[in-house]
Design a protein around this ligand. Sequence first.
Ligand code: 5GP
Length: 144
Amino acid sequence: MSLDGTYDDGNIFARILRGEAPAVRVFEDDHVLAFMDVFPQSRGHALVIPKHSAARTLLDAEPQVVGPLMLGVQRVARAVRSALKPDGISIMQFNGAPAGQTVFHLHVHIIPRWEGQALGRHAGGMADLKELQAVAQQIAAQIT
Ligand code: 5GP
């Protein structure tokens, strides 16, 4: 899938938004939903997606979607910092398959980083559900 294409509302994130597929949710407001990446690249890897958008990529995004999305990212990233005390946080966003995008509903990655720990493989091994729920609760408790 390249940068061009039509939005497919059968994608996994659209299904999560509609409650048709499970997700370990962290935070939600009128504009965004945040949930844990089920194939995390580090402990606490979360995703933030717009709730009312048919954008596949940032380039497609409706103007009214971008600001609230980034505010949601900042809010969740601050909660990740408070909850997990990482040494850094990578905020990542991929557009088009050659750039690493695998799910074609606009989303932003929040990936906590620790000194000396390499980034895990993108969309690699599946997390333990109980661990994911525990870390999601820790992060959710720090949302302000
Ligand atoms: P992209 O590669 O499109 O930037 O990121 C998609 C992300 O979604 C990947 O990091 C991948 O691990 C994650 N992912 C794929 N399928 C699912 C799923 O069913 N549930 C959750 N929570 N994350 C998923």
